[in-house]
Every structure is written in C-alpha cells, then in structure tokens.
Design a protein around this ligand. Structure first.
Ligand code: 13P
Ligand code: SF4
Length: 335
C-alpha cells in the first residue's frame, strides 16, 4: 500500500495496521534512522520501535548509534538528552509538545539559586530535566542508576539532588547519606499512585510481587509494608522501568502489582506472558507520553519533524553530566 492511502485526518484516526507498519519501517530505512521508544509509549509504538527501554538504556543507544537520524518516541527531555549526546545527528520527536511535569518542576535559575546557598555541593539531576538544568549539573542520573551515581560521590561532599523528591528519598535511604538535600519536585502521574491505594491492592493480592517505580508517591509505603512484615520483604522491589522487565523474567511470582505509568504493562506482559500484571492505579497514564500517536510518528517520518535543537553552548555545558550518567551503573534497561 502507498503512503497516500493512509488517512492522516484527523491525525488520531490513523490505524496502526500492517500498511502503517510497512510505511513507518520503509521511512525509517529511507531516512537511515533508528526508532527509539520509551516503556510508557502506546503498545503499537513500542512494537514498531528498533529499541524499547528505559531512559538510561535509550540514552546509551542514542549515544552509540550509527544512524544519522534518531526518532525519539518519548517526551521532550529524552529527545533533548539524545541531541546532547549526539549533536551531529538529526533528532526528531513526533510531537514537540510532549513535555514532563517533573522536568517542569525546576528551572535553570532556581537551580543556580540553590547552588549559591550550598557552595561546593555536587549537583545530581535526574534525567527528567531540561537542557538548561543539565548545564548546571555535575552528574545526571536515571532511576536505574541514581543510587550508583550518588554512591560514586565522596561521602564528605554535600549533594544537591533534583528534581524528584520520591526518588531522592529512595537514594537517601539506599546510600544512608545525611548530607543530601532534595528538591521538592514530583511527577503528577507517579505522585498520584499513593500509599493507601498500594496497601489496599497488596492486601487483596497477598501473593503478588510489588514492582514500584521510585518516582511513586507509594514508594515509602511499599518499604513500610515490607519493614512491618505486612508483605514479605522479598516480594517488594523498587525498580526502574527497565529493571522491571528484567525482574519480570526472573520472578517466580504468578501475579505482580505494578506501580508506575500504565504503558509499562505492555512490555511486562510480553517479557513474562505467564504472569498476571495488574496496575496499582490504572488511571496512571501520562498524557505527554500518549501524545506520540501512530499518526504523529508517521507525520514525523514523512515531514522530518519535530526536529529537536539544543543551543550548542548549553549542550556543551550539559554534555559532561550526561556522559557521566551513561557511564555509571546498571548496563540493562532495554531490549
Ligand atoms: P525510567 O524509564 O528511567 O524508569 O523513567 C521513568 C520515567 O518517568 C520517564 O518519564
Ligand atoms: Fe514526566 Fe511523569 Fe510523564 Fe514520566 S510519567 S514523562 S516523569 S510526567
């Protein structure tokens, strides 16, 4: 089927059928592109991508890829990170409006003011930040290597950790550091997965493993449930999205309660078809991630848009922090 036969109006009306798949793959080849998808993308986007994975795995693939174009099916800071790591490549995101409430919770000016209050502190920023914030950062991290990144900093150095307060609390617990200051930002999707909801779902599913993303509002409650023996501690795992896939392949559990954005369930069900995966909160859907529709992907490939640009000076200042992130910790996270 030719491209002309695929209806692009309305944009959301494109059917992700065999013709769509053939056309997307043909255009990817024609453009010498690599198609990357985050684990929270729509199932049809995950399935057509060359690589689906977590933020760290996708950053590593973007840095190592020989393709001349990176098509990033994820949110804007992810595509921006790819551009920082691969400045000579064309980086496209199918909809540049796909933002992130967590990345919006700190600006470059706010970070500069915070640094001025703590001279000499090492700044660790989660990858969910703008290029401007990364340019003020010493080391970036993702959820899969945040603990390793902070553990790599000499114990006597103060640390400023931003912007996610729940991930920051997890890092403080795991590293046992008391000289870590945490910015009070959050992701509206993960913060909405709360402790009482988790406790209720765990009580109703006593044999289920709990896979909890450290950005979740319920992460502390999960550890409380384990600490009090309400749920056996070996059933409670705090994991990045990529580590959830690895753990799904390893667990002996027959059912798993998953606390993160619901797009994750697709990868988990593919990784371990014999396990029943249930969302702790099935309303936890990220509207930004879901802006990358099949129609938007097709349009991106046909029209070479939306191209992601990062001011070269900002990118140069951010690059060291992002490269350190890519070098530290967990090698897994994506297929
Ligand atoms: P990871 O893929 O690094 O676990 O991140 C989750 C996330 O919220 C990305 O937006
Ligand atoms: Fe940002 Fe939260 Fe959406 Fe991830 S799920 S992209 S952290 S708003």
């Amino acid at each position: 089927m030719t491209a002309e036969l695929i209806d692009l109006t309305p944009l959301g009306g494109v059917v992700a059928d065999a013709a769509w798949r053939d056309e997307v793959r043909r255009l990817v080849d024609e453009r010498d592109a690599v198609l990357l998808a985050h684990n929270y993308q729509l199932p049809e986007i995950q399935d057509i991508a060359d690589h689906t994975g977590d933020s760290l795995a996708l950053s590593r693939i973007a840095a190592a890829s020989e393709a001349s174009t990176i098509v990033f099916c994820g949110v804007h800071f992810m595509a921006e990170t790819a551009k920082i790591l691969a400045p000579d490549k064309t980086v496209l995101i199918p909809d540049a409006r796909a933002g992130c409430s967590l990345a919006d919770s700190i600006t470059g000016a706010q970070l500069r003011a915070w640094k001025a209050e703590h001279p000499g502190a090492v700044v660790v920023s989660y990858v969910n930040t703008t290029a401007e914030v990364k340019a003020e950062t010493d080391i970036c991290c993702t959820s899969s290597n945040a603990v390793d990144v902070v553990a790599s900093i000499p114990a006597d150095r103060e640390v400023l950790f931003c912007p996610d307060q729940f991930l920051g609390a997890h890092v403080r617990r795991e590293t046992g550091r008391d000289n870590i200051h945490i910015w009070a930002g959050e992701c509206h999707v993960h913060a909405g997965i709360n402790g009482p909801e988790l406790a209720e779902r765990a009580a109703a599913n006593p044999d289920a493993d709990l896979f909890i993303h450290p950005e979740c509002g319920c992460a502390t409650s999960a550890l409380y449930l384990a600490g009090e023996g309400i749920v056996p501690s070996e059933q409670v795992k705090i994991l990045s999205t990529g580590d959830m896939v690895a753990q799904a392949k390893a667990t002996k559990a027959k059912s798993v309660l998953v606390a993160t954005e619901v797009g994750m369930l697709h990868q988990l069900r593919q990784a371990a078809p014999g396990i029943e995966f249930k969302a702790v909160n099935d309303r936890a859907s990220c509207g930004y991630m879901k802006m990358i529709t099949p129609a938007a992907l097709l349009r991106a490939l046909r029209e070479n848009r939306d191209e992601v640009h990062v001011d070269p000076e900002t990118a140069a200042r951010a690059r060291g922090a992002v490269q350190r992130m890519v070098e530290i910790g967990n090698p897994g996270g994506g297929e």
